[in-house]
Design a protein around this ligand. Structure first.
Ligand SMILES: [Mn+2]
Length: 567
């Protein structure tokens, strides 16, 4: 039996039309609709529009504005000069492993004695843990440990490292705890309140920029642009806002992935079926899941190896393994998702439940984040999914809705938890089985005040209105100048009306539907995935959708998100 989430009837909300935006569009030789979309993305001057549409690396700020960054660069340079053993201690998600790979490749080029270390997800847990640190010291004997994408909250662990005579540099973007960790240099933009949107791999870029600024000799050997493919991978995968410096890094980074010379990235693209220009969605839906699959179902070192190895045969073998692991991951995910939907069909109370918390023994903690995100989308509630192991320890992962800080919500219930941490929109936790019911009760109670009903109303924001006849390849290219699309810069969704249907809609595949209408100089196809079972009256129908590119047919199409029936 296929279990379906409830079909939500979303309210369509149009962004208000501002006349000023029309004038600006004209001045910048853009169609009014582009001016309108840009206005609502904060581009409300000619310079703003210019800067947004043509991001340049020169627009990146001075790295030394970040606390301790100069110190970090000095410590690392000194370690290279003194031939010290440097170990990059990373994490096993894509941001963590690209941060590790970036530092490793970069320092290696500078002639450093450098090695990498990733903790085991299952046995050693997230980030810098005592178990992980001890194994790292035993295996690698570092003089300097650079922790990336972790360690902001690792007080005890960093203290231990220092007591063992190991220098510590931390480069991390996670939210601060009350106490700072023990480190010679602690680079975390939350200390400064600027650039807090950077992924860890973006911070690594900043630190390496700092190293090149300080090191006269080093500067001649390296072009930082060569590493932007890794920055784009980690930044897009970590779901941080693609605004300001991230927009610059990712836009240039995607170009770098398109022409990447890194053997592993080329192999990943091949196995993912990516040809031509690489888009942010290719990273999010094709490259990142395969890299993640290594860490989710076992050992992230395979994925890291893909990003740092120059052995073509070995890389090809590993990439095939990752592809296989990804397929397996999808199967496991689907099974858990169906169990979760079944459970929610029985227990979810839409009028009183402001959060969703589900937990079960045996749910694989490697895929619960993806499951949480799917359920959050279907039910529009902050969602936590927890998998308990044999010993009764539960690892949970959560996704939130706009307007509710998940990490704050978790912290307000932390007396029931072993640990919790993360960000506003995504967070993680560890909970004991015997505390689970108490935790659930507490979080439902806290949500009463922390989560407003208004944040839980499913709405669809429409970024503009188009008539069917203007939809086509030309408009698609113009809109594509707003890419890369992702968090805080989503692909604009349009209401498309006054449609002249050229053929009857066609149902195909497993519950998909396709519309055909007359666009600008061509017939346009509009595809609604998993929507064929919805009521459909085409006479006077209005579509809500995004202009997309159909790789296989080599032309634009519309991806339908919702529709309003005609009469
Ligand atoms: Mn990260």
């Amino acid at each position: 039996m296929k279990v379906r989430p409830p079909i939500s009837t979303r309210r369509w909300v149009h962004l208000p039309w501002v006349e000023e935006s029309e004038r600006l569009a004209q001045e910048s030789s853009l169609r009014p609709i582009l001016g309108h979309v840009l206005w609502h993305r904060g581009c409300q001057s000619r310079e703003g529009i210019e800067g947004f549409l043509t991001p340049r690396l020169q627009m990146l700020g001075d790295p030394f504005l970040l606390t301790d960054l100069k110190k970090a660069a000095e410590v690392i340079l000194k370690a290279i000069e003194g031939s010290k053993r440097i170990v990059i201690y990373g994490d096993y998600d894509v941001d963590g492993m690209t941060s590790t790979a970036f530092f490793y490749r970069f320092l290696k080029r500078l002639g450093a004695h450098v090695d990498c270390f990733l903790p085991h997800r299952m046995s050693e847990g997230y980030g810098l843990t005592l178990q992980g640190v001890k194994r790292c010291l035993a295996e690698k004997q570092p003089d300097l440990l650079i922790a990336v994408d972790c360690a902001t909250t690792a007080i005890e662990e960093t203290q231990y490292l220092q007591s063992e005579g190991v220098q510590v540099v931390i480069v991390d973007h996670h939210e601060l705890a009350e106490r700072a960790p023990f480190a010679t240099a602690f680079v975390n933009p939350h200390q400064d309140g600027i650039l807090t949107y950077l992924a860890s791999v973006g911070l690594v870029f900043k630190v390496c920029h700092g190293i090149l600024k300080l090191g006269e000799n080093q500067r001649k050997q390296i072009d930082l642009r060569d590493y932007l493919d890794l920055v784009a991978l980690g930044t897009v995968a970590d779901l941080v806002p693609l605004i300001e410096e991230n927009r610059i890094l990712v836009q240039r980074g995607l170009e770098q992935i398109t022409k990447s010379q890194v053997i592993g990235i080329r192999a990943l693209k091949r196995v993912s079926g990516i040809r031509g220009e690489v888009k942010a969605s290719d990273v999010g839906f094709r490259l990142a899941p395969r890299l993640n699959a290594g860490g989710r179902l076992g050992d992230a070192c395979r994925s890291l190896e893909v990003l740092i190895s120059d052995d073509e045969v070995e890389v090809e073998r590993l990439v095939q393994e990752l592809d296989q692991a990804n397929k397996e991951r999808q199967k496991i995910e689907q099974a858990i998702l169906e169990e979760a939907f079944q459970e929610l069909n029985l227990s979810f109370l839409p009028d009183s439940d402001r959060v969703i918390v589900l937990g079960k023994r045996g749910w694989h903690c490697g895929v619960i984040g993806i499951v949480a995100s799917r359920i959050q989308k279907a039910y529009h509630r902050p969602t936590l999914i927890i998998g308990f192991d044999e010993a009764g320890t539960g690892k949970g992962s959560g996704r939130s809705v706009e307007g509710c800080s998940l990490v704050d919500l978790l912290r307000s219930c932390d007396s029931h938890l072993v640990t919790c941490g993360g960000h506003e929109m995504a967070a993680g936790l560890t909970v004991r089985e015997e505390s689970f019911e108490g935790f659930k009760k507490a979080i439902f109670e806290k949500a009463e005040s922390a989560v407003q009903w208004s944040a839980l109303q499913p709405t669809l924001t429409l970024h503009g209105k188009l008539q069917g006849e203007v939809v086509g390849g030309k408009l698609y290219s113009e809109l594509n100048r707003l890419a890369p699309f992702g968090q805080k810069n989503s692909q604009p969704v349009f209401e498309i009306d006054q449609l002249e249907m050229t053929r009857a809609p066609k149902v195909f595949g497993n519950n998909h539907v396709k519309f055909f209408f007359k666009g600008e100089g061509q017939e346009v196809e509009a595809v609604g995935f998993d929507m064929a079972d919805r009521e459909l009256k085409t006479q006077g129908i209005k579509l809500a959708g995004v202009l997309d590119w159909d790789d296989y047919r080599g032309q634009m199409n519309v991806r339908v998100i919702d529709w309003k029936n005609g009469v």
